[in-house]
Ligand binder design. Structure first.
Ligand SMILES: Cc1cc2nc3c(=O)[nH]c(=O)nc-3n(C[C@H](O)[C@H](O)[C@H](O)COP(=O)(O)OP(=O)(O)OC[C@H]3O[C@@H](n4cnc5c(N)ncnc54)[C@H](O)[C@@H]3O)c2cc1C
Length: 236
C-alpha cells in the first residue's frame, strides 16, 4: 500500500513505524513542512503506562525513548510558602527534539521515506492509497474536511506559555502564586540533566492584570521569572 503521512510530528512518525512493522512492503512517505530538527518547544512528559505501550508496540524505539528520558516518582506542590512532597506515579520527561530525532531515525531504519521542507495543502495531496492527516492541532486537511470527520476544536479559556529553564527539578513540580490580580501557577519537570520544562498558566483576567498581554517577550519572561524565583532558585 502506498501511504502519504502529512506531518512529521510524533503522530505521523509513529504511525509510519507501526505500519512498516506490520508490513515492510508498505511504501510510506512522511511529508513535513519544516526542516529536519527544527521543532519548537522544550521537554514533554509521559507516564509509565505510555512507555509500557511503546515497549509492546516497538521495543526498539521505546528503549531509545526510555534511555533518553529523565525519570522521577515524586510530586512537589508550592502553595504560597507551603511546600508538600508526595510519592507519585513514575513520570518521565524527554526533549521534544530528542523524541522526534529518535522516531525519525527509527522510521528511516525501517525504510520510511522522510521528506522535509515539503508542505502539503488540501489541494496538493500526494498520489497515494492512503493519505494520513497528521498535521497537528491546526490541521489544514482536517479543517477542509471537518464535516466529514466530525472534527471540533474547542479553545480553552486560559492563556499559558511553554518555557524552559536551567533549573533541574527533581520531581514533577507545581507552584501556585497569588498576585494582586489573581492566582498564577506553573508546572515543571526535568527533561535532561541540564534543563526543565516550565509551563505557566493563569486566567485571562490575571494575564491582562499583570500586563502579560502587552509585554514584549523578554519583559514578560522577566516578570514571570520574578514571580516564580523561589521555585526556580534564581535560575532564568
Ligand atoms: C505547551 C504544550 C505542552 C505540551 N506538553 C506535552 C507533554 O508534556 N506531553 C505530551 O504527551 N504532550 C504534550 N503536548 C501535546 C503534544 O505536543 C501533542 O499531543 C503532539 O505534539 C501531537 O502530535 P502530532 O504529531 O499530532 O502533531 P504535531 O506535533 O503538531 O505535529 C504536526 C506536524 O505536522 C507538520 N505540518 C503541519 N501542517 C503541515 C502541512 N500542511 N504539510 C506538511 N507538514 C505539516 C508540522 O510542522 C508538525 O511537525 C503539549 C502541547 C503543548 C502545546
Amino acid at each position: 500500500m502506498k501511504v502519504a503521512c502529512v506531518g512529521g510530528g510524533p503522530a505521523g512518525l509513529y504511525l509510519s513505524i507501526l505500519l512498516k512493522r506490520q508490513d515492510p512492503s508498505h511504501d510510506i512517505t512522511v511529508h513535513e513542512r519544516d526542516p529536519e530538527g527544527s521543532t519548537y518547544g522544550w521537554g514533554v512528559t509521559y507516564w509509565r503506562g505510555l512507555l509500557d505501550q511503546l515497549h509492546a508496540r516497538d521495543p526498539e524505539s521505546a528503549r531509545a525513548v526510555e534511555e533518553n528520558s529523565v525519570r522521577w516518582n515524586q510530586g512537589v506542590a508550592h502553595v504560597r510558602h507551603l511546600v508538600t512532597r508526595q510519592p507519585g506515579d513514575e513520570g518521565h520527561g524527554i526533549g521534544r527534539h530528542k523524541l522526534l530525532e529518535i522516531l525519525a531515525a527509527r522510521a528511516r531504519a525501517l525504510g520510511v521515506r522522510l521528506e522535509f521542507e515539503r508542505e502539503i495543502t488540501p489541494d496538493t495531496l500526494p498520489e497515494a492509497d492512503l493519505v494520513v492527516a497528521a498535521d497537528g492541532v491546526h490541521s489544514a486537511l482536517r479543517t477542509r474536511h471537518a464535516q466529514h470527520f466530525g472534527a471540533r476544536l474547542t479553545p480553552g479559556r486560559n492563556p499559558y506559555v511553554w518555557l524552559g529553564t536551567t533549573k533541574v527539578f527533581d520531581s514533577f513540580t507545581f507552584a501556585f502564586v497569588e498576585t494582586g490580580h489573581g492566582w498564577i501557577w506553573c508546572y515543571g519537570y526535568p527533561f535532561s540533566s541540564a534543563r526543565s520544562t516550565c509551563v505557566i498558566e493563569c486566567s485571562p483576567g490575571t494575564w491582562t492584570g499583570l500586563g502579560l498581554d502587552r509585554a514584549r517577550d523578554a519583559d514578560g519572561t522577566a516578570r514571570l521569572e520574578k514571580l516564580f524565583a523561589h521555585v526556580l532558585d534564581g535560575h532564568p
